[in-house]
Write a protein that binds this ligand. Sequence first.
Ligand code: CTP
Length: 412
Amino acid sequence: MASPTDLQGRHIVLGLTGGVACYKAAELTRLLVKAGATVQVVMTDAAQQFITAATLQALSGRAVFTSQWDTREPNAMPHINLSRQADAILVAPASADFIAQLAQGRAGELLALLCLARPVQTCPLLLAPAMNREMWSHPATQRNVAQVAADGAVVLGPAAGDQACGEVGDGRMLEAAELLDELVAFFQPKLLAGRSVLVTAGPTFEAIDPVRGITNHSSGKMGFAVARAAAEAGARVTLVAGPVHLPTPRGVRRIDVVSAQQMADAVLPLAPEHGFFVATAAVADWRPVQVADQKLKKDRSAGAPTSPPPLVLTENPDILAAVARLPAGQRPWCVGFAAESEHVVENARAKRLRKDVPLIVANHGPSAFGSEHNTLVLVDAQGATELPRGDKLTLARALVAELARRAPEVQR
Ligand code: CTP
C-alpha cells in the first residue's frame, strides 16, 4: 500500500473515457488523493454516460473538465493549461476508441486534445486500457496500442479475468490499488535499471508432523518491501517467500517455499543469475531430524500422564553463507539481515564477518516483527550507519539507494 507521502506534490490529470471500468476511477481518485497527489479529472462525453462529474468532483475536490470550450479558463485554452500543470496524465479507463484517437493524433475532445498538446518531455502519458477481450485482441487495437507505446505512452495492463459483458479474457482494467502502485513506481528513480535482485522473505516452517511445525513471528513485510522497492527502481526481481499471506509486489517474480531446505534449493541455482542477493528471511536454524508422516498422538495406554515425544533437531543450511561462498563471477553482492534482541550492532558485526558478506542490515527483531515501522542500521567494513526510522517501504527504498551507491560495479 502506498504511504500518504508517495505522491506528495504531484499533480495528476486523471482522464476518463467511455467504459464500465469508470466505476474504478472513483476509487482511484480517492487513492491518489490519499497518497498526497492533487487530481484534476477530465472526462470525455462517453465517460459521463458511466459516471457523473459530480462524483469525481467530490472525490478530487476540484471541478471536473469535460469540454475544450470551458469558459472558466481566462485564456480559453484548457488543453494547454491542464497539460502544462500536470506531472503526468493517467487515462483510466482508456477505451479502444480513445487509444485509436491517440494513435492517429486526433483531438476532437478535450482529453485527446490535451494529450496531443502535452509537452512530451516533461508530461508523461500513462494509459490503463479497459475493454472487451475481442476488442483488445483485435488487430486494429493491437496496432494502435503498439503505436501509442512507440510514441512514448506507458501502457498499464490490461489484466485478464471476468469481464462486465460476461466473457472472460484480457481487457480488464487494472484495479485502482494496482494503478496507484504503478504510478508510484513510475515516479521512483530507476537506480537499479538493468540490475537484478534476489530476495528471501518471511519465516520458514519446519514440519514436525502433518499438522505441527517450528516457525517464527517474521511477517515477511520487510522482504516484500525490499522486493517492491527494487522493482520500482527498475530491477528484475525474484522473491523467494516462506509461508506468508502477502500480495506479490507488481512486476516481481515470486517463488513460494515452506521449509529452509526448500528455500535453499530455490535460491542456490538462482543466485548466479542475479546481481544482488538480499536475505531478509528469518530462516529457522533447526528442523526436526524426522518428520512423522502421521499426526503424533498422546500415548494414553498406561493411564498415567503422557510424556512428550522427543524432538531431535538438526541444523538447516545457512542460505546466505552458501551464496556468499559461491565463486567470484557467480556470487551476487550479498546483503544479510540480522534481527537481534540485544547488542544489535555488535551481533551484526560478528554476523557480517561470520557470513563473509559486504553488508548486514541490523534491526531489533522483537519490535520489528509484524510492525509497519522499523529502524535499520547498516553495518559494513567501515562501520555502522543508522537509517532514519520509517515505514518498511521507505526504509526499503533507502536500502535500494544504498545498494546502487555502494555497488556501482554490479552490472547484472
Ligand atoms: N540466514 C540464511 N539461512 C539460515 C539462517 C540465516 O540465509 N539458515 C540469513 C538470514 O536471512 C539473514 C542472516 O542470515 O540475512 C542472519 O540471520 P540470523 O537468523 O539473524 O542469523 P543466524 O546465522 O541464524 O545467527 P543467530 O540465529 O545465531 O543469531
